[in-house]
Design a protein. Structure first.
Length: 134
């Protein structure tokens, strides 16, 4: 998770990964994930517009940072469009959306992802798989 901290995140902005498995020759991987509850970034435009401008800017920056951090980790998502990002708002104690708190953004849908041989995901030297959060 140090890559995510270095990028300014206080959480891992990737859908929960349950398992990553390599192909026999370790050139490809398959990913098993859990579903997040939230709306896609694409469908959240109306909600995003309710946030103050500084939070709206941080939402946009987070989207871009997630893509660039994955790239630095050796992960090419394959289709990082806004439908593959989930916006999860912070909520107040009464359950209402807290528009004064930054929502969390997560990238989802790794079916087209490619993991480089030197990525933090596949440790080819020990022939074992590693989670994106490591």
């Amino acid at each position: 998770a140090s890559e995510w901290k270095d990028a300014g995140f206080d959480y891992v902005p990737v859908e929960p990964i349950l398992h990553v498995g390599p192909s026999q020759d370790y050139t490809e991987a398959y990913v098993v994930t859990a579903n997040l509850r939230g709306r896609s970034l694409c469908l959240s435009k109306g909600l995003i517009a309710l946030y103050p401008p500084d939070i709206q800017e941080r939402i946009h920056e987070s989207h871009q940072k997630i893509i660039s951090t994955l790239d630095e980790m050796g992960v090419i998502h394959g289709h990082p469009h806004t439908n593959n990002f989930v916006l999860v708002p912070q909520v107040k104690s009464d359950g209402a959306i807290d528009l004064d708190a930054d929502p969390r953004i997560y990238i989802i849908d790794f079916d087209a992802a490619m993991f480089g041989k030197d990525s933090a995901i596949l440790d080819t030297s020990s022939k074992r798989t590693m989670d994106l959060a490591l």
